[in-house]
Design a binder for this molecule. Structure first.
Ligand code: GRF
Length: 221
């Protein structure tokens, strides 16, 4: 992927709660000059998240807003939106952000929030997707990048990638395999957003100006 150095970078905030391996994959893609993206801010709702450590190490702006310091979800989200609105952001990237955002919050940032979810959506929304796929005896698991709408893990699919489930797989091994793919898929999708191949209008995703099918943009990963 080449970058047009005259083009303004896509300005994003990354929201996370934990390890931040997806943040790391995005940082690595930017630093290898593959992504015309500027991470303006990294926000965590957890004080001890390793993702914040990663942000600091790379000299990125970071901020912790702990949910439990607010008496209501509404107050927490108000503080979060005030912070986000103080930046000129094109996109909010959820990367392991473990709080469910309210309809009001999502509506306020409509068409500007994306998420990565470890399943082949619409299968297995919510938690424990690896165990669910193994218990169901599925042939494939996978990961999905989607637009965030008020329905949990239910927004339009931008792109998804399959992972073969092998007989010896456990939750741990399947997690590892799926996350290895996530670390390629999220930068790929962000690259498409940064170079204008993906556009979003009225909660509809377009790729090269054509509406994307229900299963998202095919990829070669
Ligand atoms: C990822 O597997 C993502 O799909 C899910 O949360 C996990 C976050 O992992 N939403 P990390 O914090 O990026 O390592």
């Amino acid at each position: 992927m080449s970058i047009d150095s005259n083009k303004k970078p896509l300005c994003v905030a990354v929201l996370l709660s934990g390890n931040g391996s997806n943040l790391q994959a995005i940082i690595d893609a930017i630093s290898h000059d593959r992504l015309n993206i500027s991470i303006e801010l990294v926000v965590s709702n957890k004080l001890d998240s390793y993702g914040i450590e990663r942000a600091k190490r790379h000299g990125l702006n970071s901020k912790v807003i702990e949910r439990q310091l607010f008496s209501s979800k509404q107050d927490f989200e108000q503080s979060l939106s005030q912070l986000l609105n103080s930046y000129d952001l094109d996109l909010i990237v959820l990367a392991g952000f473990m709080l469910v955002l309210s309809k009001e919050f999502v509506t306020a940032f409509s068409g500007k929030i994306i998420n990565i979810h470890p399943s082949l959506l619409p299968k297995y929304k919510g938690l424990d997707t690896y165990q669910k796929a193994l218990s169901a005896g599925d042939e494939y698991h996978g990961t999905t990048v989607h637009l965030v709408t008020e329905e949990l893990d239910g927004g339009p699919i931008i792109s998804q990638t399959k992972v073969l489930i092998e007989p010896h797989d456990t939750v741990q091994s399947l997690t590892q395999k799926t996350q290895n793919i996530e670390h390629k898929l999220y930068p790929l999708v962000l690259g498409w957003l940064a170079n204008g191949r993906i556009s979003i209008n009225n909660n509809t995703v377009f790729f090269d100006n054509k509406p994307v099918s229900q299963t998202g943009i095919p990829n070669e990963l």
